[in-house]
Design a protein around this ligand. Structure first.
Ligand code: AHR
Length: 522
């Protein structure tokens, strides 16, 4: 379709539909115009990535139980967790932190497990760990999951040599002290490592550096991260948090600095009522429900702001934004260690996930990687475990429903949504994105943020004809519904049939507080 004519076509379509709606005295017009033959960038599968830190029970207990455990495992890794993660097509996994990464010395985690050094996790609860989960175990995990490795190096308390040798140990097939050591530890062939980060939050827990100081250090570290044996590292520089545009500007402004990295990280957490309060994950009212989504939607503004700066220096969009920590951060569950960040996960978190993933899809031209914080038992997890039990959270199901967008082409949409009003504040009630996959199937993902009313949205489909529609919905009776170890199936997807297709116009009625994904085929 002609790019110049496209906006005019949409405008005239809206004007027509709106005029009709006004004639019919309609209160709200909810429209999602989907242009089936006008596709945008490919949605990187890595937007659907996850994050596993040595923190609380994410690694120890959540992933790693050891080969002697009674819990069924493969090389020490829980089988139930492996199967669940494969089901959502996990594309990449970030490890070993977070703040932990800038205290992690990788040589502590190689060699015979019984001889590894025990260390104290100074960031997270002062927990002593025996390093039984290290480089080989992480790479085995990625291999079993069939996902790419995203390793976060230590800038804050490490050395250039230590980081450079880690990359050599992992990826080189030459004869060198590092490769001999790897072979002695049981791994003959080098691994492939796709993503490597040069520090984490170096403006904070990673060394409290200024942007200019970090830029210099990053250039030095990056110079010694080599591409060995056909492995091409996508080097990720520590980027900003929230609206910290100064940091992005500092990293982007100098072409020599820009030459040293391919991705820039970004961290943004939604913290209801601020860090001092942090609402509860399951005991909340409508004010907190609304406030969570208001904060979640800020992600769009944040991405627009950082992308605008990157566009000035990198108009060809050769560099990616890597949103490698995102999600809701609530108070820990009563009676659990403050430092372990264990929180339950409700229907509200599922809608949070849908909002974020829709936003990332819409920014597919610049956002190349994103990692939910965190995968298991920490913050907004997809999985919770207790001994041999495992629970899939509402957030898990959103990743399962949205996996159809991985490597699909973003479709141009234009959305008009009624507001969801609470007190004197309002946000759009509907979140959406759409893509077309390699087989020509269209997927539309939607969320209705309003907990009090169902919403009907009209979707005119332009450019192609589809007649088969199927769908799934995730909702519950209560805003606060969650899956516990006792009742693990309170919130789970069901078949959705709240739609009609008439003359190329799809009409969808979403239940209140729900996530809906539709598939359109010919
Ligand atoms: O995800 C928990 C922590 O949040 C990470 O370790 C850190 O990078 C961020 O501040």
């Amino acid at each position: 379709m002609n790019k110049i004519l496209f906006p005019f076509l949409l405008l005239s379509l809206f004007t027509g539909i709106e005029a009709n709606a006004q004639k019919a005295n309609s209160v709200a017009v909810n429209q999602l115009v989907i242009v089936a033959n006008h596709s945008g960038p490919i949605i990187s599968k890595d937007i659907y990535g996850h994050f596993s830190e040595h923190l609380g029970a994410c690694i120890y207990g959540g992933i790693w139980v050891g080969t002697d455990s009674k819990i069924p495992n493969t090389f020490g890794i829980r089988n139930d967790v492996l199967a669940a993660l494969k089901e959502i097509k996990i594309p990449n996994l970030r490890w070993p932190g977070g703040c932990f990464a800038d205290t992690y010395h990788w040589r502590d985690g190689i060699g015979p497990q019984s001889q590894r050094a025990s260390i104290v996790n100074t960031n997270w609860g002062g927990f002593t760990e025996n390093n039984s989960f290290g480089t080989h175990e992480f790479m085995k995990l990625c291999e079993l999951l069939g996902c790419d490795a995203y390793i976060n190096g230590n800038v804050g308390s490490g050395t250039v040599r230590e980081m450079s040798e880690w990359v050599e140990y992992l990826t080189s097939d030459a004869v060198s002290p590092m490769t001999i050591l790897r072979k002695q530890n049981g791994r003959e062939d080098p691994w492939k490592v796709k993503y490597f980060a040069i520090g984490n939050e170096n403006w904070g827990c990673g060394g409290n550096m200024t942007a200019d100081f970090y830029s210099g250090i990053m250039r030095q570290y990056s110079s010694f991260l080599r591409n060995y044996s056909g492995n091409h590292l996508y080097r990720i520089a520590c980027g900003p948090y929230d609206f910290n545009y100064t940091w992005t500007e500092s990293l982007m402004k100098d072409p020599a600095t820009q030459g040293m990295f391919q991705g820039l990280s970004l961290h943004y957490y939604s913290v209801v009522d601020g860090w001092g309060y942090k609402g509860s994950a399951t005991k909340f009212d409508e004010r907190e429900w609304f406030e969570t989504f208001r904060l979640n939607l800020e992600m769009d503004k944040i991405l627009k702001g950082h992308s605008a700066i990157m566009d000035r220096y990198d108009p060809e969009k050769t560099k990616g934004l890597v949103v490698d920590e995102w999600g809701n951060w609530f108070r820990v569950e009563p009676g659990t260690n403050e430092g372990f960040l264990f929180q339950q996960n409700s229907l509200r978190d599922a809608i949070t996930a849908a909002i974020h993933l829709n936003i990332f899809n819409q920014h597919a031209d610049r956002v190349k990687v994103a990692n939910l914080a965190q995968m298991i038992n920490v913050l907004q997890s997809v999985i919770l475990t207790k001994d041999d039990k495992m629970v899939l959270t509402p957030t898990y199901y959103v990743f399962r429903m949205f996996k159809v967008h991985q490597e699909a082409q973003l479709l141009n949409i234009d959305i008009r949504s009624e507001d969801y009003v609470y007190g004197d504040k309002k946000i759009p009630a509907i979140s959406a994105s759409a893509s077309i996959d390699k087989e020509g199937k269209i997927h539309i993902s939607l969320a209705n943020l309003n907990p009090n009313k169902e919403i009907t949205i009209t979707c005119p489909l332009i450019g192609d004809k589809y007649n088969k529609v199927t769908g799934e919905v995730l909702t519950a009776n209560e805003m606060t519904a969650f899956n516990s170890f006792e009742k693990p199936e309170t919130v789970k997807p069901a078949l959705f049939n709240g739609f009609k297709m008439n003359d190329g116009v799809l009409t969808i009625t979403m239940p209140s507080k729900s996530v809906v994904v539709l598939e359109l085929a010919k």
